[in-house]
Write a protein that binds this ligand. Structure first.
Ligand code: T46
Length: 136
């Protein structure tokens, strides 16, 4: 069985002054990996659920920089839901968590920082395969 780590929500510091807010994310500091890739998900249609996979290697950090959405996390033993509803909340998503993103607000922009370049072979899209790899 592959090694498992726990995904977690962390708080990104807000640097505020009379002009508004600014938050900073630096690799190997608040994000615990080197950032190789950045993508963002937006204009998601109503009632759409995305994801439905886990990864072999890729670690990710998810932030709703606008709007909100929910993430279902399933570590093959238990499931939980995380609400991303503020740009100061960042989900460190470990490769071993099957995840589904849903309940996107119409204005949601979900920013994702990833530890690896895109590789379709790094995805586990079959739930039975996910349970074989990460156990139960
Ligand atoms: C994840 C969640 C949080 C690329 O060509 N390059 C990329 O870097 C990415 C991320 C996607 N794509 C292509 C592959 C598909 O044809 O874009 C299309 C949509 O990707 P996908 O269906 O995998 O999107 P989601 O929202 O289900 O999942 C994405 C990430 O792929 C995934 O790593 O964990 O966001």
């Amino acid at each position: 069985m592959e090694t498992k780590n726990e995904s977690r929500l962390i708080c990104v510091e807000q640097k505020g002054d009379e002009r508004g807010l600014l938050s900073v994310i630096e690799e190997n500091k608040i994000v615990p990996f080197e950032i190789k890739r950045v993508f963002y998900i937006y204009k998601t249609l109503p009632d759409i659920r995305r994801g439905y996979h886990a990864h072999y290697k890729t670690r990710q950090a998810l932030i709703c920089v606008a709007g909100n959405c929910k993430i279902l996390l399933d570590n093959a033993v238990s499931k939980r839901t995380v609400l991303l509803d503020s740009p100061d909340k960042m989900l460190i998503l470990e490769p071993n968590d099957w995840h589904e993103m849903y309940d996107f607000s119409p204005n949601c922009v979900l920013l994702v920082l990833a530890s690896h370049l895109y590789d379709a072979e790094d995805y586990i899209r079959d739930y039975e395969k996910f349970k074989e790899v990460y156990g139960g």
